[in-house]
Design a protein around this ligand. Structure first.
Ligand SMILES: Nc1ncnc2c1ncn2[C@@H]1O[C@H](COP(=O)(O)OP(=O)(O)OP(=O)(O)O)[C@@H](O)[C@H]1O
Ligand SMILES: [Mg+2]
Length: 436
């Protein structure tokens, strides 16, 4: 059989330069004092070696999974306690000629300190270089044990700086704001007071602070925005978890990953864990996602079950369809805070936030005309108006001033057009564009 074309090999000096440059950069971002791997060329053999940050079963599995991602055929040469070796095969698996000259990864798990060695007779290919760099990064990333890095890798976003968002940004919703102040902000800001009371009242101490709160309400009423405002006010990080995307991204692996998200959030000390769109768990019950859903649900049930955590962390779940959620899941939440659609006065106030130059009477009439729409739709209407206005200004080469009330009224009328319904905002969008 004809051997397939061999990949281009990179001269040793260039390989070393590449690895060192790449990893110097990487190491400089780490909080730890890491050393570059030792890279040598002796007796015709290239070697990249470095000590392992820690050594256990996971180390081996991490290495195997990286090998699998980069190298087609590999043989386990040794799998003894303390010595593991993986030997790359020839392209043609049955051709064993020169096999031992191929790339080899060895892991020495010695009590005096573990190390890994990547060796190959002659020079490495680009793919083999990338693979060596990745092994180093992967193993040291785990060791850095930075919960935020891990959370990001798990698909969560961690927000610290909540920018200019504050309570004034949300117009109306006084009742919702009051409930949030009482059941989320006060306990997060004064945990000691709550705990002292529990010590006085309980036969055996358990926390009386809420563990989990459910935000329920239609799309676009400010649930996600308010979670960010809370985190900003309490000055703790917000760990944002889009449950839906986590489920579809890691089908099969998602329950372990969700569990890891909870663990890493606890490492942050004090945080808000925001599980957005938890109805995606309810929605996929009878589809092929069922098994993954069931497992992820069971992780949630366990983690929300008020395991008397002393940590100052609160979980907020957000849903558009509380009624569809598993009753066991609902029962894990200490309280549900309902976000209704805004009423006429609130709509006027929301308009006021996005069109502050419009006078009170016009705002009130905008509020009257927009029954049934969310804060998000109002924001969209205002943005749409500003874009239309900007086009006009550009075309007329006029000076930039704020759009007049009629322009808003026109947008509102087309938005509220005949076909408007709860789910029909996108249709309305197309219509409006068409009206131009
Ligand atoms: N009361 C309000 N005042 C000002 N802006 C609002 C208000 N309600 C919603 N908005 C704006 O609407 C947008 C959408 O809000 P947000 O994403 O928080 O909604 P949500 O309830 O999380 O929606 P979904 O269920 O679709 O995730 C945000 O830009 C937010 O600022
Ligand atoms: Mg949201």
């Amino acid at each position: 059989m004809k051997e397939s074309i061999q990949p281009e090999l990179i001269p040793f000096d260039r390989m070393r330069e590449q690895v060192e440059k790449n990893l110097t950069n990487y190491i400089s971002q780490s909080s730890e004092c890491l050393e570059l791997p030792k890279i040598t060329y002796e007796k015709g053999v290239s070697t990249i070696s470095f000590p392992l940050p820690y050594f256990n079963e996971t180390t081996i599995f991490t290495i195997i999974s990286i090998i699998k991602a980069h190298i087609e055929n590999v043989r386990i040469h040794s799998f003894d306690d303390g010595y593991y070796a993986f030997q790359m095969m020839n392209r043609n698996l049955f051709n064993t000629e020169g096999l031992l000259d191929n790339l080899k990864v060895e892991i020495f798990g010695l009590s005096s300190g573990s190390r890994t060695e990547i060796t190959k007779k002659g020079n490495l290919s680009q793919e083999e270089i990338n693979f060596s760099i990745e092994i180093f990064k992967e193993l040291y990333e785990v060791e850095q044990d930075n919960p935020e890095t891990s959370l990001r890798r798990l698909g969560a976003s961690v927000y610290h700086d909540h920018g200019s968002l504050d309570w004034n940004y949300i117009a109306g919703y006084e009742d919702v704001k009051r409930k949030i102040r009482e059941s989320i902000i006060m306990p997060l800001q004064n945990p000691d007071i709550y705990d002292s009371i529990a010590r006085l009242t309980r036969r055996s101490f358990e926390t009386n602070r809420p563990n989990a709160i459910l935000f329920d309400g239609p799309p676009g009423v400010g649930k996600t925005t308010i979670a960010r405002i809370i985190a900003g006010e309490v000055k703790i990080p917000l760990v944002y978890v889009p449950v839906e995307s986590i489920m579809s991204k890691w089908y099969g692996q998602s329950s372990q990953n969700l569990s890891a998200i909870f663990d890493n959030t606890e490492f942050l000390g004090s945080a808000i864990l925001f599980l957005d769109e938890i109805d995606s768990l309810a929605g996929s019950r009878n589809s092929s996602m069922f098994e993954a859903t069931r497992r992820i649900l069971s992780v949630l049930l366990r983690r929300l079950d008020g395991i008397d955590s002393v940590s100052n962390t609160i979980t907020i779940g957000a849903t558009n369809r509380r009624g569809d959620l598993d009753p066991a899941l609902i029962s894990r939440f200490d309280q549900t805070i309902s976000f209704p659609l805004p009423d006429a006065k609130e709509r006027a106030a929301i308009f006021g936030g996005y069109a502050r130059h419009i006078d009170e009477n016009d705002l009130l009439s905008f509020g009257e005309q927009t029954a049934g729409i969310s804060g998000r739709s109002i924001k969209d209407i205002c943005e749409y108006t500003e874009r239309r206005w900007a086009r006009k200004i550009i075309i007329q080469k006029a000076e930039a001033v704020a759009p007049p009330a009629e322009y808003y009224r026109y947008s509102i009328n087309s938005w509220m057009g005949d076909n408007f319904n709860d789910a029909g905002e996108k249709t309305a969008e197309t219509q409006r564009e068409g009206n131009q």
